[in-house]
Design a protein around this ligand. Structure first.
Ligand code: PLP
Length: 359
């Protein structure tokens, strides 16, 4: 298999793919694929329920929260959140931490007043904004944060306490990579295609009292209460993607849960950050050390020619996905949960060799 450092859709655990392959044409003895059966069948309902429960268990989601499996990607959540929770006379507060936060802000502006309450735009998003001393007015509908900026490579290190103001997080690129105190949040959402499974499903974790704050008279599919009331089965769900999440969650359990994953993610990324920091300036990390992401490592070389050569040679050596996002350039290694330690070791080794040959 390739050393897969793609940013998304991203690597899945080999064991998961192999199990899906085994069950592909005959799901648990029913003589059909899970893709071929009704979402109202007992077999699919069992998958739907078990997947919710596994997520609750692994992410330590307290009572009083609902787990939803929706479609439309995290990008649709950028819209649904202000549509549901931003009311006339209120302001939606956003932390402007990078390209994904900017997209969320752009959508919220379509629905009402927004305020950027912390920003690192002036620092070219080379760090997470300081979340320690936010000034939130009483009229704040919610505070939105992006837990991990996939393109720039920064990550929230600790979440603020927002009291009675709901905290909402886009965790698309770091959900289940580390333990999180879910009780701090009114809503958490994540497109599946990085740490959870294949694309096609978006996980939403919603505190039930959020429903009381929601605007009325919204289109049916864009209302959270539609999906809560129907247990994510209002319309045909992305059943194969939910099934794949189920397999990934079982895999996470076998790894020892989130505390174990956090440690291995730290060890994996230390290998690569150490290769950057020990290179004597040959590689330069894009993000300040105290904001560095454990999911997306961004770095640069002295020239674009050298970066092109790095990408070319890395591909020839079996590495995939190391080119930075087209909007920022440079290089990026995405080290999501399913990326094995050995792939990171191999990359660190390749980086050391490359710098010796070209330094
Ligand atoms: N938010 C973050 C942090 C992301 O990394 C991405 C995709 O890469 C998105 C949102 C958009 O997700 P989707 O493609 O599921 O709409």
């Amino acid at each position: 298999r390739a050393y897969n450092f793609n940013a998304g859709p991203a690597a899945l655990p080999l064991e998961v793919l192999e199990q899906a392959q085994k069950e592909f044409v005959d799901f648990r003895g029913i003589g059909m694929s899970i893709m071929e059966i009704s979402h109202r069948s007992a077999e699919y309902e069992a998958v739907n329920n078990e997947t919710q429960n596994l997520l609750k268990e692994l992410f330590s989601i307290p009572d009083g929260y609902k787990v939803l499996f929706l479609q439309g990607g995290a990008s649709t959540q950028f819209t649904m959140i202000p549509m549901n929770f931003l009311q006339a006379g209120q302001t939606a507060a956003y932390v402007q931490s990078g390209a994904w936060a900017d997209k969320a802000i752009k959508e919220a502006k379509l629905f009402g007043e927004t305020a950027v309450v912390a920003s690192s735009k002036d620092q070219k998003f080379m760090r997470m904004p300081d979340l320690g001393a936010l000034n939130l007015s009483d009229q704040t509908a919610y505070l939105h944060v992006t837990s991990n900026e996939t393109i720039e490579g920064s990550q929230v290190q600790s979440y603020p306490d927002t009291g009675s103001i709901p905290l909402i997080a886009d965790m698309s690129s770091d959900i289940l990579s580390r333990p999180v105190d879910v009780s701090k949040f009114g809503l958490i959402y994540a497109g599946a295609q990085k740490n959870l499974g294949p694309s096609g499903v978006t996980v939403v974790i919603l505190r039930e009292d959020m429903l009381e704050r929601a605007n009325a008279n919204l289109p049916t599919m864009f209302r959270y209460d539609t999906h809560v009331k129907n247990d994510s089965l209002y319309n045909t769900p992305p059943s194969y993607s939910v099934y794949m999440i189920n397999l990934v969650l079982h895999w996470i359990k076998r790894q020892g849960g989130l505390a174990a994953l956090e440690k291995i993610n730290r060890d994996k990324t230390d290998l690569i950050y150490n290769a950057i920091d020990a290179s004597g300036g040959f590689y330069q990390g894009c993000v300040d050390a105290d904001s560095r992401s454990r999911m997306n490592i961004t770095f640069r070389l002295q020239s674009e020619e050298l970066e092109k050569l790095f990408v070319k040679e890395s591909q020839a050596n079996g590495f995939v996905g190391l080119k930075g996002h087209r909007s920022v350039g440079g290089l990026r290694a995405s080290t999501y949960n399913a990326v094995p330690y050995e792939s990171c070791q191999a990359l660190a080794q390749f980086m050391n060799d490359f710098s010796k040959r070209n330094g």
